[in-house]
Design a protein around this ligand. Structure first.
Ligand SMILES: NC(=O)C1=CN([C@@H]2O[C@H](COP(=O)(O)OP(=O)(O)OC[C@H]3O[C@@H](n4cnc5c(N)ncnc54)[C@H](OP(=O)(O)O)[C@@H]3O)[C@@H](O)[C@H]2O)C=CC1
Length: 355
């Protein structure tokens, strides 16, 4: 096995940061070398600073690490930086790490729509890593770069749409309604009095993010920029009393007529193989899209951890009276929807010789 690569985690005490630490505990390629969070946590040992909510114990290798301020000087020797920072600070902090020539993989929304920043869902569009060459030219960097992964709901959506686009050509319209887990709001997130026995039909900025990110991710890399896919998305987003796993009802219209049959669509979902799998990435799922045959699946409590949370589950593939067809999908919001994607993106970057 090749030598392990030391990584730093910014926002290590948060919901996404904890997931990074959990997923990296047994990772063969990466090990946690340094961690950072806010001034509330800096200077403390990790186990004192964090309100640990994962279902596994804090790894011994991290528990006694000192939490640092999120400044590049504390992360010397880390070849990769994973950011699970709150968006109020992610923008500037991630740029400071890029400036210091780190390879930065961000979960935050701040830089996703920058035309020079690849927005990559690892099981969908790793070819967008080609944009880094142009990014390095424009940002005058030789080793460093900045890659973002997508909003968690967008991640689930594009993971299901990509196989369809590859097989049947452009999608013209997509309508999606989400039922999003509480963990998507970080910790402590939504107050229990607001969410228990309730549905909150508003998540600030979420619909706009889904509508614009999907076209960029499903777009194509051309010479030195990304050309958006010609796709109109209308999203409505809801917070529901689920802990982990975002469920989405999706309605799709193809540009091509006649539209493919439900059997053809199902086969394309089942047979989809991503570049992350072809590259043999450690975190790549066996199946990127798992088709649930039972009519009442996928369900977050039962299915969110299938494929270790690194794939997307689809079910209820059926005719739609208005669009061509409709289905339900489920994505694990803090694994494929956040830390898992960032880690898989970094694995791909290593395979591509970028790190
Ligand atoms: N939860 C999810 O499902 C998803 C989240 N994301 C994105 O990932 C990022 C993290 O989300 P999440 O983990 O849920 O959020 P949390 O609120 O749980 O965690 C935020 C982290 O940021 C740190 N932080 C806050 N303020 C500062 C500061 N001024 N300087 C340095 N560090 C700071 C916190 O440290 P401290 O503990 O010291 O306050 C904590 O480690 C966000 O940008 C979010 O939008 C993306 C996709 C999915």
């Amino acid at each position: 096995m090749s030598e392990q690569i030391g990584v730093g985690i910014l926002g290590a005490t948060g919901t996404v940061g904890q997931r990074f630490i959990q997923l990296l505990e047994t990772h063969p390629l990466f090990y946690v070398k340094a961690i950072g969070a806010s001034s509330r946590s800096a200077g403390k040992e990790y186990h004192e600073a964090v309100n640990w909510k994962m279902t596994t114990l804090i790894p011994d290798s991290v528990a006694k690490m000192i939490v640092h301020p999120c400044e590049p000087e504390y992360f010397e020797g880390c070849k990769v930086i994973f950011s699970g920072l709150d968006s109020s600070v992610a923008g500037e902090t991630e740029l400071a790490f890029l400036e210091a020539e780190f390879a930065v993989f961000s979960n935050a929304k701040n830089h996703r729509m920058n035309p020079l920043v690849p927005l990559i869902v690892p099981i969908v569009n790793p070819e967008h890593f080609d944009l880094i060459k142009q990014q390095r030219v424009e940002f005058k960097k030789s080793k460093g770069f900045l890659v973002t992964n997508a909003n968690c709901s967008t991640t689930g959506l594009v993971s299901a749409l990509k196989p369809l686009q590859d097989a049947f050509g452009p999608l013209s319209k997509v309508v999606v309604t989400t039922m999003q887990a509480i963990s998507g709001a970080g910790y402590p997130g939504v107050p229990s009095l607001d969410i228990l026995g309730n549905v909150v039909p508003y998540i600030s900025g979420e619909e706009e993010k889904m509508e614009e990110e999907a076209a960029k991710i499903l777009g194509t890399f051309s010479t030195n920029h990304i050309v958006d896919a010609p796709l109109a998305v209308s999203a409505s987003c809801n917070r529901v009393a689920v802990i982990d796993g975002h469920t989405e009802s999706v309605f799709v219209e193809f540009a091509r007529k006649p539209a493919p049959s439900l059997e053809e669509i199902t086969k394309v979902f089942e047979n989809y193989v991503s570049e992350a799998q072809k590259l043999n990435c450690y975190s790549a799922p066996n199946k990127c899209v798992v088709v649930c045959k039972q009519p009442d699946r996928p369900q977050p409590r039962l299915d969110a951890l299938l494929e270790d949370g690194h794939g997307v589950l689809v079910g209820g593939i059926r005719k739609c009276n208005i669009f061509d067809f409709k289905f339900t999908l489920l994505v694990h919001n803090t694994i494929l929807g956040a830390a898992g994607s960032a880690i898989m993106n970094a694995e791909i970057a290593v395979k591509k010789g970028l790190v």
